[in-house]
Structure formats: C-alpha cells, structure tokens
Design a protein around this ligand. Sequence first.
Ligand code: PA5
Ligand code: NI
Length: 186
Amino acid sequence: MNIQQPAAKVNWATGNLEGKKVSKTVRKLKHLEGVFADEEAYSSMDPETVVYEVEVLEQEQPGKEGGLLFGTSYLYPGKVGDEYFMTKGHFHEKRDRAEYYWGIRGSGLLLLMDEQGVTTAEQVFPGSLHYVPGHIAHRLVNTGSEVLAVGACWPSDAGHDYGSIADRGFTARVKESGGKAATETG
Ligand code: PA5
Ligand code: NI
C-alpha cells in the first residue's frame, strides 16, 4: 500500500495552514469601502492597512457540490473610529449551506444575522465552537488587542454572497465604548 502525505498541515496553536492547495487572500482597508460606519475615520486611514487574511485549503474546487473547504481567518486588532476591525461578512450564495467556526487565538465576537435582519452575537475565544446554520449571515469582529484567528469548515458549493451585506449591512455594530466592546443595533 502506498502511504500518502495528508492534504495539509495545521498549526493548531496559530491556525496556520501549510499545503500545496492552500490559497491566501489579503483584505486591506481599501477593499472594505462602505463597511465601517465612520467614513471620515475610514478615509483618514492608510488604505493599505491589512485588516484580515484568509488561508483556505482548496482540497475541492470552490463551487463543487459535495466537498468541504477548510480555512483559517486572521483578523488583526484595530478600529476605524471606534468600530472594531471586522470581516466583510456574508450569506452563503447557496443560502441553506451551514458552516462551523472555532476560535484559535485572540478574542472577539461572531455576529450572526438572519434574513429578517435579527442579529445575535457569540463570544469567540480559543476553543469556542460555533455552528452557523444555513440562511444566516456571519461576520467576525476582533474586540481584543491581539490577532483573532478563527478556523472554519464549510461546503465547497456554499459560495459567498457579499452583495446582500453591502446593500443592507448587518443590523448591529460593535464599537468600543468606555474601554469595552459594546454592541449597537439599528
Ligand atoms: O467561509 C467563511 O465564512 C470564512 O472563511 C470567511 O470567508 C472569512 O472569515 C472571511 O470573511 P468574509 O468572507 O466575510 O470576508
Ligand atoms: Ni461562510
């Protein structure tokens, strides 16, 4: 029997993925226009500032039915005005596709919003495990002072629908107030 190498190697302390099929996406402030509430603060910042990076093990072709994708997101600490750095957030293009998230490093919140615009939040910390059902938009927020690393596993045909979030946004924002993270709805 021929013993093969595994699909990839994961550093479980940092989330880092190593393997031939690992892709990496870098999201800078310039890619996040319209995401943060304080437009003045946004335009005064360096557009090259890296807000988050995503490594994805593309063991299956994204879009293919029946497979799974696996990734790590690294969301850096920072704020635009008083609003913490966050991911763009998305519904899945195939709305009923679910996903698992888990906290690896750092601390933050996972915002979960249903199609009626009702948003809830879960605390993210090393070891936290989050089930994101289908039809639920999801966004990570780094409320801490170190990198927030979060693992994820989702169906390879889920896709990302960013458009609905860009149009309507999330109905809750996470801002620093009196030195602490506070959610703001509306
Ligand atoms: O599949 C996921 O939900 C994650 O891997 C996200 O894509 C990742 O956290 C980046 O967020 P977004 O896709 O909203 O920019
Ligand atoms: Ni997703």
